[in-house]
Design a protein around this ligand. Structure first.
Ligand SMILES: *Cc1c(COP(=O)(O)O)cnc(C)c1O
Length: 402
């Protein structure tokens, strides 16, 4: 275990690595295996019997190897939890965390600003298994206590919110949850462990879509769930019962990406703020949804609890013809159009959140865009956006670029 007083930039380099055990190799080996062979019946039986919360033994392909332990130990330490387990996608991690801590007859309090596929999981699978979900406005804070029922066992939060970027009061949600013996599960993908420490702020379980910043190169799918010591066995056992496990090459790629996470996040942050500040001054932009901007409604909470901002934020455009927005997006050359984010490249997508949100938590009806600011030079990104904005002028001749 690393000395916990070290700075996160140092920890991220050394955590989860054990060169001495692998012939001095700086990076962990990639174990391709399903079967583990035992020398005797005695060893076969005892290896299984010796699985403890802390054990790091190989027993079968679904139950971990030095390749997965390396990534999991590193993420657990950076998130500030006890242990992590990996899932084949971020959504699998979300579903795995909810499955582990909910049962039939339970009530779940879910943020209204949640990642859309999480909402779909609640409306389909959890509903079928008899779990009732109530959505709460993301800025509810300690008033969430009024929504807690006798059978509420989980409060689920994601901060800032998906597409709309509301910052939530995690310590207040945690205090309310714990007064009622409920767990607080947090999706911490936006900030990554570099910019938010979920366990210091009272979460019991933290989720990372490692597909995004942890891997950082848009080339694998992976999810991680981290818990406190108290909640670890429940999560690990449920994950094993579900048969969730990941391919060794993907696990290796994620731990490789992780080593540069802190430098990448700092660059995403500064590039993102530079582009956001430019956008704020543009007449085409009604509002920039970025918690690091001082007049953002979530700024004070963000400043209190977060250590930085990632490269993902939103903009509301001034009312305009939908075909102009389409032309603007089509005209961009450096910004790719596509889902996911957290890689080295800039992305932009139109957001469509109105149909699902509580009327009290989201009212803007105009065009909403989500930007992921990558590691390009921000001046070049600004020039690209400036070109795109020409299409928003109703008198602009339509570009012929496809
Ligand atoms: C992308 C994302 C997920 C899901 O991750 P996948 O690996 O794409 O399944 C979960 N939560 C948040 C906040 C995300 O942005």
């Amino acid at each position: 275990m690393m000395d916990r007083t070290e700075k996160i930039e140092t920890k991220i380099i050394h955590t989860g690595r054990d060169p001495e055990s692998f012939g001095g190799s700086v990076n962990p080996p990639v174990y391709h295996f399903s079967t583990v062979l035992y020398k005797s019946v005695d060893e076969l039986v005892s290896r299984y019997d010796n699985i403890t919360p802390d054990s790091r033994v190989m027993t079968y392909g679904t139950k971990g190897s030095p390749t997965s332990f390396s990534l999991e130990d590193a993420v657990a330490e950076l998130e500030g939890g006890f242990r992590s387990i990996s899932f084949p996608s971020g959504l699998a991690a979300v579903a795995g965390a909810l499955f582990a801590f909910l049962k039939s007859g339970d009530h779940l309090l879910m943020t209204d600003s949640v990642y859309y596929p999480t909402r779909e999981f609640c409306a389909s699978v959890l509903k079928r298994f008899g779990v009732e979900t109530t959505y709460y406005p993301p800025c509810i804070g300690s008033e969430i206590e009024e929504l807690i029922q006798e059978n509420t066992t989980v409060i689920y939060t994601e901060s800032p919110g998906s597409h709309t970027f509301e910052v939530q009061d995690i310590p207040a949600l945690s205090a309310a949850a714990h007064r009622h013996q409920a767990k607080l599960i947090m999706d911490n993908t936006w900030a990554s462990p570099i910019f938010f420490n979920p366990f210091v702020h009272g979460a019991d379980v933290s989720i990372q879509a490692a597909t995004k910043y942890i891997n950082g190169h848009s080339d694998i799918m992976l999810g991680m769930v981290t818990t406190t010591r108290e909640d670890w066995e429940q999560l690990r056992n449920c994950t094993w019962h579900l048969g969730q496990c990941c391919g060794p090459d993907d696990l290796y790629m994620a731990q490789r990406g992780l080593r540069t996470l802190s430098v990448r996040m700092k660059q995403h942050q500064s590039n993102g703020i530079q582009v956001a500040e430019w956008l704020k001054k543009r007449p085409e932009v009604r509002r920039v949804l970025h918690p690091a901007l001082p007049d953002d409604p979530g700024h004070e909470l963000w400043k209190r609890d977060f250590k930085g901002a990632s490269g993902l934020f939103g903009i509301e455009l001034e009312p305009t013809n939908p075909s102009n927005v389409e032309a603007m997006l089509n005209r961009l050359e450096l910004f790719g159009m596509g889902f996911s984010w957290g890689g080295y490249e800039s992305l932009i997508v139109p957001s469509d959140v109105e149909k699902d949100r509580l009327p009290e938590s989201w009212t803007f009806k105009g065009p909403l865009l989500r930007l992921h600011i990558g590691l390009e030079d921000p001046e070049d990104l600004i020039l690209d956006l400036e070109q795109g904005f020409q299409e928003l002028r109703t008198d602009a001749p339509k570009s012929s670029k496809s």
